[in-house]
Design a protein around this ligand. Structure first.
Ligand SMILES: Cc1cc2nc3c(=O)[nH]c(=O)nc-3n(C[C@H](O)[C@H](O)[C@H](O)COP(=O)(O)OP(=O)(O)OC[C@H]3O[C@@H](n4cnc5c(N)ncnc54)[C@H](O)[C@@H]3O)c2cc1C
Length: 431
């Protein structure tokens, strides 16, 4: 070991001891989730990579990963999860005003609010910059009309990150605004979408003269694209797919219903949380239990595939850690980890089906749930083809895809034979 490595190992082991000591003193499964999250926020251990003057401990991502490992090992409920800390906090730090940081970060750290994500539209998924939902300035507010779709957890959320068109006279990437909008207001109608795995975890949302304050705009009025890109990078990093040793987390906010329940009980239920669309069978222990239940543990091919899956999962976990320690910011390498996680989920899906055989056809079991939930991995957080484009262009330096609409004013773009602005007006009733 070099001198540096020895010093790092010493620091890591003293950090581990410090976290373990704090958890020993503070974790009590009987305490309410609200109280537990308050303790995590007040001490800084909930989000140790946040700056010290905003409720964190100013740690590197590598050191924070050590803190998470200790929480997993101790079997405690993690800090609040969901879009507020994984996507909201990074953009509030990067683009928010001092006032917005003071207003939002403490409640995100304590899980007092749940946030959702109003990005995708029927005509804007991979090509998010084509959003047609309009935001028009009206004094200190913006009036929003349009439609969003595939929005996870909207019903349980208080606020949402909204991407909307603020200017149609400029090319599409240059006329986008970014807002934090109140979800439950008269101008927003939310309709659940039933998925093939039986749950209705995401929704569509219709905006009819909905309102958002200008104080809740992040970044300049027409420069929301940069903010949206920042969110997408962090979103990719928050979809680990499957594997062992995952921190148990649930969404914050009153509507999610966890705040006043015992943290230990909530942690047990976090296994079943569908918000990140985790497969019910997505760790080695449950896979081994399934193989045992179906008498397949002695099958040499099944054993070999379980070993392969475990090795792949471990190399993915270590790749993710390496990406964390080698950069100070979340970046393009998250696309590589994302694609690896998608592959891991598919390895689980195929193996689960082959172990269970005809039993996989039974409805409403962990086996069928796992198989029916798997396809969303590789779509949520961005389609896998788009991640491959990112890897090609930004890591491998391949030529960019041709983009014929990059310099055309948004109002002159066409969907089919219609101008997009005309299509937007007919779909949301605005002029
Ligand atoms: C479980 C789940 C949860 C989600 N949660 C949210 C949420 O909370 N909020 C939200 O706003 N959205 C959410 N989404 C939507 C998600 O972001 C989009 O589905 C995703 O970005 C893909 O967009 P799309 O569905 O419009 O597909 P499209 O963009 O229409 O893509 C269709 C196909 O074409 C391919 N394709 C498109 N463009 C290219 C290209 N340039 N090169 C190569 N291939 C291309 C895609 O890879 C894909 O295979 C969620 C989706 C899922 C499945």
């Amino acid at each position: 070991m070099t001198e540096n490595q020895t010093r790092e190992a010493r620091e890591t082991s003293s950090l581990r001891a410090e976290v373990r000591g704090w958890l020993d003193q503070n974790w009590d499964p009987e305490m309410s989730t609200r109280e537990w999250w308050e303790r995590l926020a007040a001490s800084g251990w909930g989000f140790p990579h946040w700056p010290a003057d905003h409720g964190g401990l100013g740690m590197t991502h590598a050191a924070s990963a050590v803190v998470v490992q200790e929480m997993v090992a101790a079997g405690v409920l993690g800090p609040p999860g969901g879009a507020a800390p994984t996507m909201g906090a990074p953009i509030v730090f990067a683009y928010g005003t001092a006032e917005q940081r003071r207003r939002w970060l403490p409640s995100i750290a304590r899980g007092l609010e749940g946030w959702a994500q109003f990005f995708s539209e029927p005509g804007a998924g991979s090509d998010l910059a084509s959003v047609q939902t309009r935001a028009v300035r009206d004094g200190d507010e913006w009036i929003v009309n349009g439609q969003k779709v595939w929005n996870s957890g909207t019903m349980e959320s208080d606020k949402a990150l909204l991407v909307a068109r603020t200017d149609v006279d400029v090319p599409k990437h240059r006329g986008i605004g970014f807002f934090i909008v109140d979800v439950h207001q008269p101008g927003i109608e939310i309709r659940p979408i039933k998925q093939m795995n039986g749950s209705a975890e995401f929704n569509e949302a219709f905006f009819t003269d909905a309102r958002v304050s200008d104080a809740d705009r992040i970044g300049e009025p027409n420069q929301g694209w940069a903010v949206a890109l920042h969110v997408l990078t962090h979103e990719r990093a928050s979809h680990p797919g499957g594997g062992d040793g995952v921190l148990k987390q649930v969404h914050g906010g009153e509507r999610a219903g966890y705040l006043d329940r015992p943290a230990g009980q909530v942690m047990l239920e976090a296994d079943d949380e569908r918000t990140a669309n985790r497969l019910p069978i997505s760790d080695l222990d449950s896979l081994l239990a399934l193989a045992r239940e179906h008498g397949r543990l002695d099958d040499p091919v099944i054993r070999q595939r379980i070993a392969h899956l475990h090795a792949f999962g471990e190399s993915l976990r270590l790749t993710q850690l390496r990406a964390l320690v080698s950069t100070s910011e979340v970046g393009t390498e998250t696309s590589v980890v994302y694609l690896g996680a998608v592959r891991l989920v598919r390895l689980y899906r195929d193996l689960i089906g082959d172990i269970a055989g005809a039993a996989a056809l039974l409805d409403c079991t962990d086996v069928s749930d796992s198989i029916l939930t798997a396809p969303c991995h590789g779509i949520q957080g961005g389609a896998e083809q788009i991640q491959m484009n990112l890897i090609g262009e930004r890591i491998l330096g391949l030529p960019k895809e041709p983009q014929i609409d990059r310099d055309v004013p948004f109002k002159d773009l066409r969907v089919g034979t219609q101008r997009v602005t005309a299509a937007a007006a007919s779909s949301n009733g605005s002029t």
